[in-house]
Design a protein around this ligand. Sequence first.
Ligand code: URA
Ligand code: SF4
Length: 204
Amino acid sequence: MCPLPTAQSADLLEWIHSLVVVCRRCQLSQSRRNAVPGEGNPNASLLLVGEAPGAAEDSQGRPFVGAAGQLLTTLLAEIGVKRTDVFITNVVKCRPPGNRDPQEDEIAACNDYLLGQIGCIRPKVIATLGRHAMHTLVSPDLSISRVHGKHFFQQGIFFIPIFHPAFALHDESRRGLLRDDMRALKRLLNETQAEPKQTQTEKE
Ligand code: URA
Ligand code: SF4
């Protein structure tokens, strides 16, 4: 992952969002209805990063509001995490047509926004949902089926790759795997909770 920007403020986060909603840096801008910058607590300890908006997200301009989003909200509640306490965004902010995978050039075009958001929020923990977010933020050389539920410490932040909720939507056994990942996330949150969130000055 590239060095993170060092700014930290809700205003800067708002500014990033204002850029995203009018962005034309990649071809996804041509087919989207609404860009989906992300939403949540600008001071969140936990940042969740998904893949890309789907149809429901594209029509509402909000992340994880469709079926996968509802499952995510339920699974978070099961580990005692409220959606309003965390911040939720995606690797690409605009819906790929027909929900195809985001392409490498689109992920690259959108990466500054994601890194900017991480730099502003400075979460203690980033949970990557699914393969694309893990490849973008942790390592392109890892396989999600091998590393899900494990954590990695990079640039002062714990990264924990978990399965994507869409993967478990219609399959009970996969839902069990996702619940295991959620429990691993909960343990990591408990371990990191004792430490105060670093301020920018402490990190420099
Ligand atoms: N899937 C994602 O990866 N992100 C969303 O916002 C919704 C569904
Ligand atoms: Fe811009 Fe990202 Fe949307 Fe592409 S996906 S148009 S880079 S906001």
